[in-house]
Design a protein around this ligand. Sequence first.
Ligand SMILES: [Zn+2]
Length: 95
Amino acid sequence: MAQTTVFTCDICKKSKGEKDLAKIKVNVEGIRIKGCDRYNPLVIDICTECLKEKGFIVEPKVDDAENEQTAGRNKMSLEDKLYDILEDMGVAFTE
Ligand SMILES: [Zn+2]
């Protein structure tokens, strides 16, 4: 079946296939972020290339021990790069 829906990476704004995009959802409570609240999570569609650029490991590994390491590294990358990602999206933090 032909899939014609076009998805766009929120970071590089390039058109991507659905499988090339990861989704990061940020639920917001206790901080004002434009366009989101506790009922409307901020959804970030981010492509493989941008993930790599932010330091995420996207290649699936077969080894379980390695998978765990990858997950740990990616968690660190997310904590590290979340602000970067939000800034790339033009999300404004307001007081
Ligand atoms: Zn991208």
